[in-house]
Design a protein around this ligand. Structure first.
Ligand code: APR
Ligand code: PHB
Length: 392
């Protein structure tokens, strides 16, 4: 097989790139290791910046998002049994965020791709990217029990944190920066209407809790738990009692309970791989960077990489101009590091430190009080959460 852009990975990054390239008349092929059912069922985050919504509209993939997405005007912070609203439009000059599950984005993109897009192969696992510095790099992959090759002008490594693309960078050409946090998140899906209108980020002595949602009838919760936690140790009643305790405030508020349909544990880590380009191989999304989910930046960063990459490849295709491709890594990494910093700040401000002392505790409260007391500090949080300007 031969194509202009070989895309490894059919997550939101790879699928969105395929849509944008297809609309620009650039030929591509997507290789996805898993089955369609698996990628459409995988539960991930669901908070979209305005720039992400715009990018999906630009790709012609926002019909259901526009009909079903829940537009939020801010978030709520809870600590010391108090609640505080952070008003995004008021603090950012009118920006909002939208709740729409990543799983739904993947379903929308897969349907479009299979209807009129370039090839999307499921159960096609890339084994290696060969000759990334040559004129025609090759992706070796396994499909239907046979080893095959895809020869490309460019390869987009959109294969997530556990993919193979990063391995094609020879030693000495790249560097990774990593940090593991000393706690994880227990994620819980419940068939119950949300008990709030906006997401609640709660900091308490028992640990962090987040109340999010998927729709007017489905709630999503997260609890800070120790690393290595087995979700099987969390009976439904224990989950609800712990959420009750962590969201407790002095005002009148009750958490609605309902049937829990899924529980899973996710580690919290930051990881940045530099640079994001080696020859004709370009990394995007989780393949290049991971942030802890507290700032809801993972998906948004992936989409911002893809916007730059799609523009760069389109410019090259239309005019032969390579300037944007040459600055791809640098442009994306500036935004990646700002999102990593913001996600790290939010994470440290809101989680109980396992071995923290009374001083650490006071510092966290002082940071939270500053966000509430200072319009300047609140505006800084809102600007980062709602999304810094896109690089292009
Ligand atoms: N060959 C083909 N496909 C692969 C391979 C491989 N060797 N390895 C991984 N993949 C596929 C995975 O099965 C997955 O579908 O690549 C895809 C990567 O998708 P994601 O992990 O969702 O990553 P990405 O598309 O970058 O999406 C952005 O940011 O914080 C997160 O939750 C957010 O998952 C979202 C991500
Ligand atoms: C989610 O809805 O899954 C979600 C929302 C906000 C976050 C993380 C996850 O910060």
């Amino acid at each position: 097989m031969r194509t202009t852009v070989g895309i490894i990975g059919g997550g939101p990054a790879g699928l969105l790139l395929a849509r944008l390239l297809h609309r620009a008349g650039v030929d591509c092929v997507v290789l996805e290791r898993r089955t369609r059912e698996y990628v459409e069922r995988r539960q991930r985050a669901g908070m979209l910046e305005q720039g992400t919504v715009n990018a999906l509209r630009e790709a012609g993939a926002a019909e259901r998002l526009d009909a079903e997405g829940l537009v939020h005007q801010g978030i709520e912070l809870r600590f010391d049994r108090e609640r505080h609203h952070i008003d995004f439009p008021g603090l950012t000059g009118g920006r909002t965020v939208t709740i729409y599950a990543q799983t739904e984005i993947v379903k929308d993109l897969v349907a479009l791709q299979l209807a009129d897009g370039p090839p999307l192969l499921f159960e096609a696992a890339a084994l290696a990217v060969e000759g990334p510095r040559s004129e025609a790099p090759v992706v070796r992959f396994l499909h239907q029990g046979r080893e095959r090759t895809l020869t490309c002008d460019w390869v987009a490594g959109c294969d997530g944190f556990h993919g193979v693309s990063r391995r094609a960078f020879p030693a000495g050409t790249c560097r990774s920066y990593a940090h593991e946090y000393p706690y994880s998140w227990l994620g819980v899906m419940a068939e119950v209407p949300p008990s709030c209108e906006e997401l609640i980020y709660a900091r308490g002595d028992r640990g962090f809790a987040l109340h999010s949602m998927r729709s007017p009838s489905v709630s999503r919760f997260y609890l800070q738990v120790p690393n290595g936690t087995d979700p099987g140790d969390w009976a439904d009643s224990r989950v609800w009692d712990e959420l009750d305790a962590r969201f407790a405030i002095d005002a009148d508020w009750t958490l609605r309970r309902g049937p829990i349909t899924a529980k899973s544990v996710t580690a919290m880590r930051s990881h940045v791989h530099e640079p994001m380009r080696h020859g004709r191989l370009l990394l995007a999304g989780d393949a290049a960077h991971i942030v802890p989910p507290t700032g809801a930046k993972g998906l948004n960063l992936a989409v911002s990489d893809i916007r730059v990459l799609a523009r760069a490849l389109t410019a090259l295709h239309r005019t032969g101009e390579s300037q944007l491709l040459d600055t791809y890594s640098e442009l994306c990494l500036q935004r990646v590091w700002q999102a990593t910093r913001f996600s790290d700040d939010m994470t440290r401000m809101l989680h109980a430190q396992p071995n923290g002392d009374a001083f650490d505790h006071r510092m966290q409260l002082a940071r939270l009080r500053r966000v509430i007391a200072s319009r300047h500090a609140a505006a800084e949080l809102a600007a980062n959460y709602a999304g810094l300007p896109l690089p292009v």
